[in-house]
Structure formats: structure tokens, C-alpha cells
Design a protein. Sequence first.
Length: 277
Amino acid sequence: MVIAQYKHLACLVVGIALAVPAAAADSPVPPAGSARPMAQTDTSVAAVVATPANDTNAIRVLLSPEQETTLSAQMVGRISKLNAQLGQRVESGKVLVSFDCSEAAARLNMARAEYTSARETLKAKERLRKLDAAGDIEVTMATANADKGKAAIAISQAQLAQCTVKAPFTGHIVKVYAKQHQSVNIGAPLVEMIADGPLKLRLNVPSSWLRELKVGTQFDVTINETGRTYPATVALINARVDAVAQTIELEARMVNAEPDLLAGMSGVARFSRNVDC
């Protein structure tokens, strides 16, 4: 009797164990199904519209000025006057930054006075030497003092020249780092300038294009900021290939003067189909 009850209980346990997987198989699949829309989204993102990166003849370009420079402080001092504003056009030689150089000016005046005194002493010693009232050593020492005074003037003039920072060429101010009455150290950036004149285009093309490219090769460039297309020509070809990227750097010039273009603009250059990568 007891054995029969145990057999009946075992059958019930086995039946329940078999029923649970069957019920799980009939139930809907949970989170795994929720991941499928994400996979579909990734596929749709990958199918992007054709861009210059997909166009084998389209190359990114950047417009750069012929000359650009950052003017730095050549001395430790306080800025007494700032004559530079963002976007301002300046002529070559214009004073952009002036330092408080009252001490340097005083040293120059002192050096001039000492040189005048040393020169008069030398003249007196030379007259006395002719009268045998002064020896050669005295004349030599007086000459050395006069030369020393002359050198002191040159040093003071050089220091005073560093009190003003001038525009090295005609162009525009594109960045102003300094502030009036600010104290700066040697090497501190003050003003950034770019030169007026035609802009150059900088671009990197596949090195396999070298057999087709030469100085004077024409192409079209579309500038993003203006939305216009301009004719351009290759002006310089670098003498070295980038071994990692397998590209070579070019410089190009616009065929015509384009006053609406500014340094820093970018776009896409398209070469003719006979240039094939």
C-alpha cells in the first residue's frame, strides 16, 4: 500500500516537470525580441546618403592665408596701450602693443650721458698725450670707457625697441590675447595676424594620383560657407608621401580673385575623372 502511494507521487512529480518546459515553449519570447528593432535601426543608419567620403574624386580642402603669425612679448612688462581689435585691418609697421618703458627710457638717457662724459674725457686725454702730460695707458683706458658707453647706448636702444610690437605685414587681426594694463612675461602671445592677399588651398590626395597630377592641374572646389564652386589649380606638390595614410599634400590657388572667401573656410575639391585612385 505504501509502495503504491510512493509510485503515484513519483508520477505526479514527473508530470509536473514535463509540463513546465512545454508551457515555457508556448509563452512569447521576451527581451530577445526587443533587441531586433535596434539591429534594424543600425542597418538604416549605415545606409547613408552619398557624401564626399564616398566620392573617390572628392577631397576635403582648407583655405589658408599666405602668411600668418602670432606676435609675442619680447620683454617682461605692463601693457600701457593696445591698438589691436578683432577683425581690424592694419598696415605693415603699425604699432599694435605698447609697453610701459619709462625705466628703459631712463636707462637710455643715462647711457647717453655717460657716453658723452666718456667721450669728453677721451678728448682731454688725447690732448694731454700730445703734450706728454698723459701716458698711453690713460688714453687707452679713456678709449675703452668711451666704447663701453657707446655699447650701453646700443643695448638700451635695443631694449627700448622691444617696448612696442608692430605689424610685420599688412593684414587683419584674427585674435587678440592681450589686455590693456595687463602684465606679461617674455613669450606671452599678444596678437594673431593673417596677411592680406590671395588664399591658398591645402589638401591631401591619394599618392596613387601622382602619375596624373602636376603643377598647373586644374580642378573645381566647392566651398561650404558660400555654396559656390570655384576653379583652382595645383601650385605645389609635396616631395614626400605620407607612408601611413598613403597620401600626398598639395597646395593650390584660386584661378580668379575671390573676395568673398576667408581664411579658415573649407570645402570639397573634385578632380576630373581621368584622375583615378
